[in-house]
Design a protein around this ligand. Structure first.
Ligand code: HEC
Length: 214
């Protein structure tokens, strides 16, 4: 998924970079170059070399930069994140299935309305990894307060009287990435739930949507 996407872009970029050299200065010397480069070289043969070079290079850079900075969430990652949100991480116990703060378990702390969060990607990842000691948000990184990676150790928390809720499960970095992809795609900045939004959220008219009038 993500990794494959990056590879594809990476390859495209390398081809773009090497292709002008193949067409001119290096000529026949690099006969060992991967065969995948051939179609690109043919496409640029002829006049207008510089402009064609830019036409190949710039989109390649742009694609790579976009892949690195924005990483538009793919559907599979969003779906995986939603599963983790509802099941493995059981975020819904405190934040509600719609992540709007209407918690599922009345015994649990009042989770924030994540639709209204102003956190960016890094901020979200940090809160999920490190939790909010003393405020009811569990830490989902297994080593969060074991080795100081979240700024404090378990001894510090104890000294300060800050308790942490136990998470339903700890999560790997890529699982947290899926979660954040899910939050951006289906939660953050979205209007509050109504029937149409509920059906879109679940992908069909599930039982949970019955609470909203038609
Ligand atoms: C045991 C209850 C509980 C569970 C489970 C829980 N949270 Fe929270 N979460 C909270 C509470 C309470 C807060 C508000 C903490 C505060 O006051 O700053 C919070 C805050 C957050 C915030 C910060 C929102 C903001 O704008 O400051 C994010 C993001 C978040 N939770 C995501 C998650 C995700 C994702 C999961 C599941 C992997 C999860 N939470 C599981 C209770 C919970």
């Amino acid at each position: 998924m993500n990794a494959d996407g990056m590879n594809a872009d990476g390859d495209a970029m390398c081809s773009g970079l090497r292709q002008p050299a193949l067409g001119s200065r290096d000529g026949g010397r690099r006969t060992h170059v991967h065969t995948r480069l051939r179609p690109l070289r043919r496409a640029s043969a002829g006049s207008g070399f510089g402009r064609r070079w830019a036409a190949v290079l710039l989109p390649s850079f742009w694609l790579l930069a976009a892949a690195i900075s924005a990483q538009p969430p793919d559907g599979a990652s969003v779906a995986a994140g939603m599963r983790i949100y509802l099941q493995k991480g059981d975020c819904q116990a405190c934040h509600g299935w719609a992540a709007d703060g209407r918690k599922m378990d009345s015994q649990m702390p009042d989770g924030a309305n994540l639709r209204m969060t102003s956190l960016d990607r890094d901020g979200l990842i940090e809160v999920i990894r490190c939790g909010r000691p003393g405020l009811g948000m569990p830490a989902f990184d297994r080593l969060a307060y074991k080795d100081g990676r979240c700024g404090m150790t378990e001894a510090d928390l104890k000294r300060l009287g800050l308790t942490l809720y136990d998470p339903a499960a700890t999560l790997q970095p890529r699982e947290i990435d899926h979660l954040v992809d899910f939050l951006f795609a289906k939660v953050i900045g979205k209007a509050s739930m109504d029937r149409a939004a509920c059906i879109e959220y679940w992908g069909s008219d599930v039982e949970a949507c019955a609470e909203f009038p038609r």
